[in-house]
Write a protein that binds this ligand. Sequence first.
Ligand code: FAD
Length: 487
Amino acid sequence: DSGLMWFRRDLRSSDNAALHHALRRCRRVWCVFVFDRDILDPLPRADRRVEFIRESLVGLDASLRALGAAHGHADTGLIVLHAPATRAIPELAQRLQVQAVFTNHDDEPAALARDARVFGELAHQGVILRSFKDHVVFERREVLTQAGQAFGVFTPYKNAWLKALTPFYLKAYPIERHAGALAPLPEALNRPVPTLADIGFEPTNLSRLPMPTGEAGAQALFDDFLQRIDGYTEARNYPAIKGPSYLSVHLRFGTVSVRALASAAHLLHQQGNAGATSWLSELVWRDFYHQILANFPHVVERSFKSEYDAVRFEHGKAAQAKFQAWCEGRTGYPLVDAAMAQINQTGYMHNRLRMVVASFLVKDLGIHWQWGERYFAEKLIDFDLAANNGGWQWAASTGCDAQPWFRIFNPVTQSEKFDPQGRFIRRYLPQLAGLPDAAIHAPWTANAVELAAAGITLGETYPLPIVDHAAAREKTLERYAVVKKQN
Ligand code: FAD
């Protein structure tokens, strides 16, 4: 039998469930990635994610060639197509005369719809689509309450997750020893990975960012993080320091195996490493939001808790203008503005800051969380529908959290607490660098001498706050009161 391995959010040649099964079950296996025009065509022409994928594919192609060569097979590289996947996969399956297409699950609604179409087309041709769990440790309905329901609250989910975990769920899917099944590419398909220009995109600043691509990049980041994991619990709170792993983009595109990461973290956790325990918990959050999306797909359109659909957010020109100021980092709240500069300049934002800016948009500006969710979806290099939607609904208190909605982040005290010397703020807002630490979190509190010494004219070189936090807080309490009345 021969098979086709279709890579999507699993751009690696080690510990890959679908690739493992394809190589074991088929005598000959070809590998393909499709730059899906249904996804790519609507994007702006410069997009860090497209560049990240392209760079990672170069590494994947090289390692597939090396794996084949180790078994004496030449030209076992990656076929890279640029077309609608729903058409390209059935066509390629027919051209290569395979009996089965192997792929890993993608539970985003649009991906499920795409896969259903591909499944139908392939079935027509007598080809089977086989799909495997690979992206998370536990998926869909694998971890349930005792009553057999999907979890909607994190802590009991985490406890059940930890209880269900056995070495089976973390063991790697070996590739190397089965790689003799990798088949040489027909000459017409034996091409280098297309350049960005070939697929109609322009380079971004990705190569100048500390965001190494591919499996090698993920490994380098993880090796570096393991040196720091002991201190993670504390360090992860401060955006100015290198606290977290920066692996989110790699988890998103599967340039690293979540099993490998969870396995390393779990071992350290069992040895009593508190940092590893916290970090493992973040990987559980990731599984949690994936199962939320799979079991409660209405979250894509609406609140997780339906009673929150009654909350009325701001609309119209004034709201638009405030939203624009938020996007461009012109709110007058330095931590918010510095965080927005970080996402705009790098495609990454520190987790603490994602919580701060999300809370600010929803609870200080009174703007619907979906506006922010959409902006993050455009900008984040690690954008993931499940985690992003979960994060936004969490911040808006409409999601699966035990947090009461009247807990509202104060953007100034958050700044004082998590960027006490304003190091992060100064990095992204150099125009404020000259302010004393005490005033950098709220420049409007600086006196005239301090402002003059720092060369700042409020309203000109740096904006005045576009909203008064105390007043906004009251308004939010009113806005959300409709929920209390309903209950
Ligand atoms: P680390 O602290 O090293 O965490 C390790 C891994 O755990 C991360 O790479 C990520 O895969 C996972 N993780 C950590 N925190 C969370 C979380 N709260 N939810 C789900 N998974 C988590 N994460 C995304 O991957 N994509 C998104 O689009 C995304 N959008 C978010 C939007 C909002 C409003 C909020 C509050 C959070 C969002 N997150 C998202 C979660 C989190 O902020 C990022 O995963 C994290 O900042 C990535 O940095 P890191 O890899 O250095 O994290």
